[in-house]
Design a protein around this ligand. Structure first.
Ligand code: PMP
Length: 363
């Protein structure tokens, strides 16, 4: 029954048509929080090599990538799940833990996939109100409200992106630990760290460090953002080995393809490339924030590779004017934020084009 009310994913723009209209390489694509610098050359080379084995099924266990991730993260390979993007894993947690008698909790302005996963599973959804206007993290997670929502009698699964998409905001390590301390162990807490590599705020800590303390905690991550492999679809989850073993039963046998496995493993080995991209993002995030603030825009604090920016009653007109000038950003009406646009941090040249296009967009 939950499916009846669902809509299929709408990317918002026909990017193929837009690229054709504006010319290849001319369109400034700042709508999908992608990494504008591209993958590690080592990952590209590994992907090319792996293509030669495309007539064989991939390793269904993803052993090589799990070994590399385990070594990097300081966990056991048996604590890792691999997904066709982290999106697939997020859906699978609802498949396993949510249903008509097992509800899902999330924040208002939390990542859209959580509500979709809950609905598809026919699970009741408990939405915690976000922090109010005027708060330093306005529209971000309110840990107290999340705790109250997740302690609802029927809730079995809490999704929490940290940092969050689409707000860019984050909660600190203490708030996360308090939340976990306040929840009964039968509530599975999925901390979605899709943007964790971009964080440099001193109070933030990855939930990975909390894994030994909470068996009901799972952390999801992705190769789509900092590792710049969005097109290959690789994500992973880290959690208790017994939980992971149960989740493996849901996995489609060969869910991560051979090219993706090889590229992700090589990308993980190229930490210098990762560091350069993260540093460039931090530099450009600060410059873009400043440029937008100089233009009188309210920019929500962000620890990610995108900014949530308020345009008030001019939001729709601004989005349309940007699009006419070949700059794609993400409208947020679907998130209940009709006064905001979400703008990915691009390269220096792309960010200049965005700011120029805004200047050309009228008052
Ligand atoms: N979580 C969050 C918070 C995201 O923003 C995204 C991508 N937009 C994902 C998960 C899914 O990413 P992927 O499926 O590419 O790993």
């Amino acid at each position: 029954p939950g499916l009846r009310a669902l809509k299929a994913y709408d990317p918002g723009h026909d990017l193929v048509a837009l690229r054709a209209r504006h010319g290849a390489g001319r369109l400034v694509e700042l709508g999908a929080n992608e990494n504008p610098y591209g993958p590690s050359p080592l990952a590209v080379a590994a992907a090319r090599d792996a293509l030669g084995t495309a007539h064989r099924y991939p390793d269904p266990l993803g052993g090589g990538l799990k070994q590399a991730l385990a070594a990097r993260l300081g966990v056991a390979p048996a604590q890792l799940l691999l997904g066709n993007g982290s999106h697939e894993l997020l859906m699978q947690f609802a498949q396993a833990f949510a249903g008509p008698a097992a509800g899902v909790a999330m924040s208002q302005y939390g990542f859209a996939v959580y509500a979709l996963a809950a609905q598809a599973a026919g699970a009741p959804l408990r939405i915690a109100p976000a922090l109010p206007a005027g708060h330093a993290m306005a529209r971000g997670h309110d840990p107290e409200a999340l705790l109250a929502a997740a302690r609802g009698e029927d809730v079995r699964l809490l999704y929490l992106a940290n940092p969050n998409n689409p707000t860019g905001t984050w909660i600190d390590a203490d708030a996360l630990a308090r939340l976990l301390d306040g929840l009964p162990p039968e509530v599975l807490v999925v901390v979605d760290e899709a943007y964790a590599e971009f964080v440099d705020a001193p109070g933030y800590a990855s939930a990975l460090a909390l894994l030994p303390r909470y068996r009901n905690l799972v952390v999801t991550r992705t190769f789509s953002k900092a590792h710049a492999l969005a097109g290959l679809r690789v994500g992973y989850a880290v959690g208790d080995a017994a939980l992971v073993a149960v989740m493996e039963r849901l996995r489609e046998s060969f869910n991560v393809n051979c090219v993706a496995l090889a590229a992700a493993t090589a990308a993980l080995g190229d930490q210098a490339h990762l560091r350069e991209g993260v540093a460039a993002n931090a530099r450009e995030r600060a410059r873009l924030t400043e440029g937008l603030r100089e233009r009188g825009r309210f920019v929500h604090p962000s620890q990610t590779n995108f900014l949530l920016v308020e345009f008030g009653s001019a939001t729709a007109a601004t989005e349309a004017a940007l699009l006419r000038q070949g700059v794609v950003v993400r409208p947020m009406a679907g998130y209940g934020l009709p006064d905001c646009l979400r703008i990915s941090v691009g390269t220096a040249a792309e960010n200049v084009r965005l700011l120029q296009a805004l200047d050309g967009a009228g008052p």
